[in-house]
Ligand binder design. Structure first.
Ligand code: 13P
Length: 254
């Protein structure tokens, strides 16, 4: 089995005080789950604080977005080199909220994926369909297109050291989780599309599920053959809830 990975995406939430309490809470349980990679993705300004709190632990640090540019006149942007300097190891790219609310296109996401890798950081590439797209029967076409944009720019080999997160938009923050079989079907499609180009990369790449994952449904999702962990929104804001999901990753590995 691939090593399970559970990543928290805090989105636009938290304060210095709440993040300190959250990280300290996560660290009380994380050390016993040493066969699971645990990562937290903080808002940019809290990255230095989170890095300090995580020092000496095995919990990884990520950002929620990055510029596709390396430097220059791009007001408001943050580069992968800056994230690297402040201790990030992971960067979420192409989250559906960036795509839907901020107009990020497939080629923009691919550029961010490339910028992340160039700094030796691990991109967490998000893909997923909207409810309308699912109901029109074009889930695979949408996810395939999102994946192909990255492969076209960086080559399939680039996915060997990357993480993919399948996040159906209709399951994000809605309490409506994809069924384990619905998620597995898309994960198998993603792995199959990669396998058609390179079997070794397909075997290696971690594919996470995201969308209303909780302690109560994580075990059944993580039991599926092609689901290697989760990208967690709401439930990552509470240490006990997040640790329950990490525990499910540990149990799935045994
Ligand atoms: P929720 O877990 O709140 O549904 O969010 C999922 C998500 O978007 C993680 O990136």
């Amino acid at each position: 089995m691939r090593r399970p990975l559970v990543a928290g995406n805090w989105k636009l939430n938290g304060s210095g005080a709440s993040i300190e309490a959250l990280v300290k809470g996560i660290l009380t349980g994380a050390s016993e789950l040493d066969d699971v990679s645990i990562v937290v993705c903080a808002p940019y300004v809290y990255i230095p604080q989170t890095a300090d709190l995580l020092k000496g632990s095995e919990v990884g640090l990520g950002a929620q977005d990055v510029s596709d540019q390396s430097e220059g006149a791009f007001t408001g942007e943050v580069s992968a080199a800056m994230l690297n300097e402040f201790g990030c190891q992971y960067v979420i790219v192409g989250h559906s909220e960036r795509r839907a609310l901020f107009g990020e296109r497939d080629e923009d996401t691919a550029g961010k994926f490339a910028a992340t890798r160039k700094q030796g950081l691990i991109p967490v590439l998000c893909v997923g369909e909207s409810l309308e797209e699912r109901e029109s029967g074009i889930t695979e076409a949408v996810v395939g297109r999102q994946l192909d944009a990255v492969i076209a720019l960086e080559g399939v080999e680039a996915l060997a050291d990357a993480v993919i997160a399948y996040e159906p938009v209709w399951a994000i923050g809605t309490g409506k989780t994809a069924s384990p079989q619905q998620a597995q079907d898309v994960h198998a499609f993603i792995r199959g599309r990669i396998a058609a180009l390179n079997g070794d990369v397909a075997e290696k790449v971690q594919i996470l599920y995201g969308g209303s994952v909780k302690g109560s449904n994580a075990a059944e999702l993580f039991a599926m053959a092609d689901i290697d962990g989760g990208l967690i929104g709401g439930a990552s804001l509470n240490a006990q809830d997040f640790l329950a999901i990490c525990q499910a990753g540990h149990n799935a590995n045994h």
